[in-house]
Design a protein around this ligand. Structure first.
Ligand code: ADP
Ligand code: MG
Length: 294
């Protein structure tokens, strides 16, 4: 790049840098970026650069397929109730090994390598900073309430602890493993962890990096901006399915929880996070709250 072009690009980013400096952004890193080393390096570079210009970044990571893979290698047979996976104790142990022992370390190391400082966290830390309650499921055939094992829904987030870490200039790297009242581990969908964390720290923006270009409508095209009523309709009519259901629900509850800027963006594009924050070209689907009637 010619020096004048570099200066031009830097100057163009200035208003965005000024707008985001001092703000708090929660980024959920999903499938694509978690399974590709160069994408993971790019997103951690983005987090370090954003931190250097005063943006407080919290990373939340997923990585579900790695849990299933290791489970298979260890000979664990997944069981299902009404299509929902049951997380038995052995699978929970594997999930904890993959997320807390593996992926969290990879992210924290990648940030360190780029000259940043990160601290990996699961619910066990800080006296149980991320708590959840086991989820039960009403079985279709007989209406009985059955356990889904070690699957949980977040009940509380220690925002003070997170803010304290952010004040030191470190990047909290949050694994989707919470604890119950007895400090036993619970597996929580990483999208809903990101939402709970964003609402608790009163984040200015929540970005979901995923393995598609955004939320697609019935025509198969990425929709943006997308209002919450349309999105609710797409969940109900099946336009949104599979892993996009918890993500869409996480977007809606983030808006409910007071996070006003929520984006689902393409995690397969290197530096999508910087493009989203520091250029005029927003990427992916921006989900917007409904407008209050006058
Ligand atoms: P992540 O690891 O980012 O959480 P998921 O696999 O859980 O990713 O969710 C993203 C997936 O949701 C996409 O790969 C796509 O197959 C699926 N999906 C279902 N409905 C839609 C939709 N309407 N728009 C985009 N993706 C959708
Ligand atoms: Mg998912």
């Amino acid at each position: 790049m010619m020096p004048s072009t570099i200066v031009g690009a830097l100057l163009e980013s200035l208003p965005h840098v000024q707008a985001w400096s001092g703000k708090t952004i929660v980024v959920k890193i999903g499938g694509a970026a978690m399974t590709n080393d160069s994408l993971l390096d790019a997103v951690t570079q983005d987090a370090v650069l954003l931190g250097a210009v005063g943006v407080h970044v919290v990373l939340v990571h997923g990585g579900g397929s790695a849990v299933s893979e290791l489970g298979r290698q260890l000979g664990l047979e997944p069981t299902f109730v009404d299509g929902l996976r049951v997380t038995d104790d052995a699978t929970m142990r594997v999930a904890q090994m993959v997320h807390v022992g593996g992926l969290s370390r990879d992210l924290v190391a990648a940030i360190g390598r780029r000259g940043g400082r990160a601290v990996g966290m699961s619910g066990h830390d800080g006296g149980g900073w991320l708590r959840a309650a086991p989820r039960t499921h009403t079985r279709r055939e007989d209406g009985e309430s059955v356990s889904l094992g070690r699957v949980g829904d977040i009940t509380s987030v220690d925002a003070k602890l997170l803010r304290g870490i952010l004040r030191t200039g470190m990047v909290p790297v949050v694994a989707p493993v919470a604890v119950d009242e007895d400090f036993e581990s619970l597996n929580v969908n990483a999208d809903s962890v990101a939402t709970a964390v964003a609402a608790a720290v009163e984040a200015d923006k929540l970005v979901f990096l995923t393995d598609v270009a955004g939320i697609c409508g019935p025509d198969g095209e990425v929709a943006t901006p997308l209002d919450e009523d349309t999105l609710k309709g797409w969940i109900a009519d099946g336009t949104v399915s599979g892993g996009m259901i918890p993500k869409a629900e996480a977007c809606l509850s983030a808006l409910d929880g007071g996070v006003s800027l929520v984006t689902v963006a393409d995690g397969r594009v290197a530096h999508g996070l910087l493009l989203e924050l520091l250029t005029d070209a927003g990427v992916g689907t921006m989900v917007q709250g409904g407008f209050e009637p006058e």
